[in-house]
Design a protein around this ligand. Structure first.
Ligand code: SF4
Length: 104
């Protein structure tokens, strides 16, 4: 199931990480929520394919280790989301549709 594009109205921000919000529910290591604001990655969907990291022209994503998560043991974290130029390449290439970009 892809990331819910309306998650911001359905979930609560429960934490911050690397300067971006984390949207719950979060119950590590099995449940990690959604990371990001302008560029949001559903960590519970991400399979660490890496296509977004290869596609992003400005280096928004960095790997974040998540040992014990059932989908993958690392996630594409939108650490540099403030650099996003809203090209939507990451949304397009993600094989599991884990990313939602909020175009400004
Ligand atoms: S929309 Fe483009 S610039 Fe922004 S994070 Fe995705 S690939 Fe990178």
């Amino acid at each position: 199931m892809p990331i819910d594009p309306e998650f911001k109205s359905k979930r609560e921000q429960v934490d911050t990480h690397e300067g971006h919000p984390v949207w719950g529910p979060v119950n590590p290591p099995e449940q990690l929520g959604i990371h990001g604001n302008a560029v949001a990655v559903d960590f519970d969907i991400c399979i660490a394919d890496g296509a977004c990291i290869d596609a992003c022209p400005v280096g928004v994503f960095e790997w974040f280790e998540t040992p014990g998560h059932p989908a993958s043991d690392k996630k594409a974290d939108p650490t540099n989301e403030d650099q996003c130029i809203f090209c939507l390449a990451c949304e397009t290439v993600c094989p599991v549709e884990a990313i939602k970009v909020f175009v400004e």
